[in-house]
Design a protein around this ligand. Structure first.
Ligand SMILES: *Cc1c(COP(=O)(O)O)cnc(C)c1O
Length: 442
């Protein structure tokens, strides 16, 4: 980006100075509307995703015995975390009005992160398409058949490729190899060693890059284009991924009803989603806004070094601006969020859907990691802790937002839902390293 252009942007968006200095910010989206619409995506695609996942439930139950209990459904619980709420209030000297809940996607079956929604769905949908097109399957069949040796060798002819900071690769690798596909994962420099090792153990090919996520994705895309038998899972543009993530919203509605938690004018729901390239949080946000309308307030959380979605939405430039353009280095311990350039597709959809974005420091992430273990015996990977700061940022910097939406007087009945995006697969030695780091801070 040219220097003059940068200068103009800094003039136009004063918050950029703060972001460039790696200060934490809360950005309010002035394009938010009560009833958002988009021409880029429909709820029909979400319903189809839900139905596809349902068809695969009998297969999933056989392929992954841990899904026996949920009848083949990949879903996570909502947990109350009152001790964490007190710990955060004490540590940061704020009052969090309302209830603090955790959406425990860190414990999602199969791959232990939010990627078990979108990533697994896209692989299943692709497998189904191939099997149907080759006359090996009908939608009325019991999909348990897909676990047979016959299908394994059928899928072996095909390759699935993906570019990832870690967790998407892990999800695609696990489900892809289970079905019998060849899997190639292009891993950015941020990707953790244990994720690469686990993937290789499962039989996936891991290609490592010294560069960041965008480069890993681009290389993967180019390689895959040369191979007609290869399907590239495009984290920056995929509507299938987006649809798989959005299914969470349909399920969340039922979960909140079961817990007798209303979502209304007087009972606002705040949802805080850690954001990398945008697909995961975007899909969930889309679904939630379609379901709960103006009563759900969604904020994306990003590291101070990697606020790509904040930048893209604020400037309206989407993927035409990167964090490097404001001299940020995209270096963070929150590996799942180390993305310098946001998805244009997701940014475009989100323009009128989300309430805003905020940023967090790595120090805050590790502080929260320690507090969660001490208060709730809860381990989440650093990225997932970004969501813990939503209610805090709102109480620190959100007065204007709350007043403008007429929410101030309803905050005692508010629900704050922290989307815990990953963690249960992190090995013990890595947990110990993270914990030691947090001990130095807390
Ligand atoms: C991938 C990931 C996210 C963000 O999802 P995007 O689709 O990249 O925005 C958040 N947290 C964790 C732990 C992740 O792995």
């Amino acid at each position: 980006m040219k220097n003059e252009r940068k200068h103009d942007l800094l003039e136009q968006f004063p918050l950029l100075k703060s972001m460039a200095a790696k200060n934490t910010v809360l950005w309010e989206n002035t394009n938010w509307v009560k009833q958002p619409e988009t021409s880029l995506f429909t709820m029909q695609e979400v319903k189809e995703a839900e139905e596809t996942l349902q068809r695969f439930s009998s297969y999933l139950k056989v392929a992954f015995p841990e899904l026996e209990e949920s009848n083949g459904l990949i879903e996570s619980d909502i947990l109350e975390i009152p001790a964490m709420k007190s710990a955060l209030e004490n540590k940061y000297g704020v009052l969090i009005e309302g209830q603090l809940l955790l959406k425990s996607d860190h414990a999602l079956p199969i791959s232990g992160s939010i990627k078990a929604r979108g990533g697994i769905y896209e692989v299943l949908k692709h497998a189904e398409r191939l099997a149907l097109a080759n006359g090996k399957l009908q939608v009325t069949d019991d999909y348990e058949r897909l676990a047979s040796a016959e299908f394994q060798s059928f899928f072996q002819q095909y390759t699935i490729a993906v570019g990832s900071t870690g967790n998407l690769g892990l999800s695609i690798g696990i489900i892809g190899k289970k079905l019998g596909f060849n899997v190639v994962v292009h891993m950015s420099s941020d990707a953790k060693e244990w994720k690469k090792a686990l993937l290789r153990e499962k039989g996936a090919t891991v290609v490592e890059y010294e560069a960041d996520y965008s480069v890993a994705v681009e290389q993967g895309r180019q390689e895959a284009e040369l191979d007609p038998m290869c399907h590239f899972i495009d984290d920056e543009n995929s509507k299938d991924l987006f649809a798989g993530y959005a299914v969470a919203a349909l399920r969340l509605k039922g979960q909140l009803e079961n817990m007798n938690i209303p979502v209304s004018v007087t009972h606002p729901l705040f949802v805080y989603l850690p954001c990398g390239v945008g697909g995961g949080p975007g899909g969930v946000a889309y679904g939630l806004r379609e379901i709960f309308g103006e009563h759900v307030h969604i904020f994306f959380a990003e590291p101070v070094a990697s606020p790509c979605m904040t930048l893209g939405l604020m400037t309206g430039l989407h993927d035409a601006i990167s964090v490097e353009d404001i001299e940020l280095d995209n270096k963070t311990e929150a590996d799942g969020l180390a993305v310098g350039r946001a998805s244009k597709f997701v940014g475009k959809v989100m323009e009128t859907y989300i309430s805003g974005c905020y940023t967090v420091t790595d120090e805050e992430l590790f502080t929260s990691l320690g507090l969660a273990i001490d208060s709730e015996k809860l381990f989440l990977e650093p990225s997932a802790h970004a969501g813990m700061f939503g209610a805090i940022r709102l109480s620190q910097k959100g007065q204007h937002y709350l007043a403008q939406r007429g929410l101030t007087k309803h905050m005692a009945q508010a629900t704050h839902l922290v989307w815990a995006t990953g963690g249960s697969m992190v090995p013990d030695s890595m947990r110990a390293t993270y914990l030691a780091k947090s001990r130095d801070l807390v």
